[in-house]
Structure formats: structure tokens, C-alpha cells
Design a protein around this ligand. Structure first.
Ligand code: SF4
Length: 326
């Protein structure tokens, strides 16, 4: 039987359940190494995560392997949920990252904030949780403090380093008990469960799927997934802002770094290309901007040292829609 120490790796998503898992383990006297696995479709403000964990003196580790993650999203062994979310494969991926951190930090086991029956895919049943453990080489080495009392024993409980009676038996989708535990730890602000995974969003999933069909997509494309209207012009993606806020964000971030279009003589939308466009592509993009910026007569295109003013043609809606990714 394995020798256990009092060090664990908590898979930390930034949500309430995993924060509770970290706080509970800390209270029980364990050293907690919190792991946030960053993916191209699930990003968080790291400073905020650190701040949340600071109150429980837990150290935060970040791991990411975007190439492998994207390959997994393209071909998940266990399929997708409602949208492009391959939750079972994603959990296996996360567990494997946790296993690596166990080895790197000389920790003994993994802890998660998973609650039995809470999620339709990966937390549906104990047998699914077991099969995820097995594929990450963590069989019986994953402790779930929020449901431990009503789950079969892990190896840590068999050797007596943990006692399930000291933990909880929460099941299902309700959040009442978690809120009560949060209050007891003085946790007042937290995110909604699964908030922030772009793969679960219906319209963003369509964009991601289309993006994954093209090789060598750019970091900019990932950054813009939840912003603007998206168009495919030949092999280039063109993104147009939908409102004042998006116009401001896209201008600040991309005006000086990407091929960029903006209205010259009236306020209106802006547009960003992922790659350097041809003259025809710029003219088409200017017409698309014009469609969403009725008052302007001229569009300015700029990239590196090039600057061009275009008088765009008015195109019909059907033609514009034919370029839309939807
Ligand atoms: S919701 Fe997103 S981050 Fe969470 S398990 Fe599913 S795919 Fe992974």
C-alpha cells in the first residue's frame, strides 16, 4: 500500500466547489497545492484566483498544454456534451495534469470539488468518475470532500489518513449546502458553476468548430472567440465589433498589431483580420463594416506601414450573410 503524507493537489477551477474543497482540506491540516489548468477555452484572471486562495494559505500552480488540449477537443474519445464540450475527456486531461503535479510537489493524492450527480456528463455517476480516475492513473487516489460520505472509500480512507465521516454527502445539482459551507468559511464572492468554459456556449461552439477546421489558427482568433460577429473571407477570419464596448476593446488590443478597419467619417464598427488580407478582401471587409455602420461613407484600413481609405460598396444582406460563421 502507498505511503501517504499530508500533502494534496486540489484541482481548482476558480468556482465555489473547488474553492470549498481547498478550504476544507486546509482546515483538516493538509498542505494544499491548488492547480488551475488553463485551456484555450477556459481562462481566468490568475491574480483573482491567487487572491481567493490566499485567504486559506494555499499555493497556486498553473499548467497548460494548449496543443494537446486542442487535439483532444477535435477528437474526444467520449464525445461531446450539449455543445462542443468534451467534459469526460477534459476531466481526464485535468486529472493527468494533477497527477504530474503530485509527482512534482511530492504530494500524495488529488482532491476535487466534484459533487456526485451535479453535471450531466462527467459527474453523472460514480462509475464515470472511476473511469476518469483510471485513465489518469489515479484509481482510488481522488478524494471528493463534498460527496465523500456517500461515495465508496478511497485508498486514503482505507489507510485512515482521511475519515469520510468528517466530510459531506452532497449530491445533485442544488447549491444550498455549498452556500452554507461557504458561509462557514466566510466566502462571500464566487463564480457560478462551470462559468467561463467557451465550449459549453452554443454560438461560440460554432465558431470554435469552424476555427478547428482550419490549420494554424492564430492566438488572436482564440482571443476574439467571444467578441464580435465572425466572417470567413477565403481562408482569413474577419471579426466585426457589435457595440461600443467591443469597438473600444478591439481598438485598444488590435489597432496597432493586426490588419484593422475602422470608420473614417462617423462613429461605427471596427474590424480585425487574423492574417494580412488581399485588396479584394479588404474591399469586401469594408463593405461588411459599412453594413453595420450606416452613417460612414469611408473606411480606413491600416496594417504596419500601410494605410488605405476605401469608399465601400453597399452589399445586399444575403451576400454578407453568406460570409458569416453561424
Ligand atoms: S465544462 Fe469545459 S472546462 Fe469543464 S469539464 Fe467540460 S469542457 Fe472541461
Amino acid at each position: 500500500m502507498k505511503n501517504f503524507n499530508k500533502k494534496c493537489v486540489v484541482l481548482y477551477s476558480g468556482g465555489l466547489d473547488s474553492l470549498l474543497a481547498a478550504a476544507i482540506m486546509k482546515k483538516k491540516g493538509f498542505e494544499v497545492n491548488a492547480l488551475f489548468v488553463q485551456t484555450p477555452f477556459y481562462k481566468k484572471d490568475i491574480k483573482h484566483l491567487q487572491k481567493q486562495l490566499e485567504q486559506f494559505s494555499c499555493e497556486l500552480f498553473i499548467k497548460s498544454n494548449h496543443d494537446d488540449y486542442i487535439e483532444m477537443v477535435k477528437n474526444p474519445q467520449f464525445g461531446y456534451g450539449k455543445n462542443l464540450n468534451p467534459c469526460i475527456d477534459c476531466k481526464i486531461f485535468f486529472y493527468r495534469q494533477a497527477k504530474k503535479l503530485i509527482d512534482e510537489t511530492n504530494s500524495s493524492f488529488v482532491v476535487t470539488g466534484e459533487v456526485l450527480g451535479q453535471r450531466p456528463m462527467s459527474q453523472r455517476s460514480y462509475s464515470i468518475l472511476r473511469s476518469i480516475e483510471k485513465r489518469a492513473d489515479l484509481t482510488d487516489l481522488v478524494f471528493r470532500p463534498l460527496s465523500a460520505k456517500c461515495l465508496p472509500k478511497t485508498e486514503m480512507e482505507s489507510v485512515g489518513i482521511l475519515k469520510s465521516k468528517d466530510f459531506y454527502c452532497i449530491t445533485g445539482r442544488g447549491r444550498k449546502e455549498q452556500f452554507e459551507i461557504a458561509r462557514s468559511f466566510n466566502i462571500n464572492s464566487f463564480e457560478s458553476p462551470a462559468g467561463g468554459c467557451l465550449l459549453t456556449d452554443k454560438s461560440i461552439s460554432v465558431r470554435i468548430k469552424e476555427m478547428l477546421m482550419h490549420e494554424n489558427f492564430k492566438e488572436t482568433e482564440l482571443e476574439l472567440l467571444n467578441i464580435g460577429r465572425h466572417f470567413r473571407i477565403n481562408s482569413n477570419r474577419f471579426v466585426v465589433s457589435r457595440n461600443k464596448k467591443e469597438t473600444q476593446v478591439m481598438t485598444e488590443k488590435f489597432k496597432n498589431t493586426q490588419p484593422f478597419l475602422k470608420c473614417k467619417d462617423a462613429p461605427g464598427a471596427v474590424g480585425v483580420f487574423m492574417d494580412s488580407p488581399s485588396t479584394d478582401e479588404i474591399e469586401l471587409a469594408a463593405s461588411i463594416i459599412k453594413r453595420y455602420s450606416k452613417k460612414t461613407e469611408h473606411i480606413e484600413y491600416s496594417y504596419k506601414n500601410e494605410e488605405v481609405i476605401i469608399k465601400p460598396q453597399e452589399l445586399n444582406e444575403t451576400l454578407i450573410n453568406s460570409y458569416k460563421i453561424k
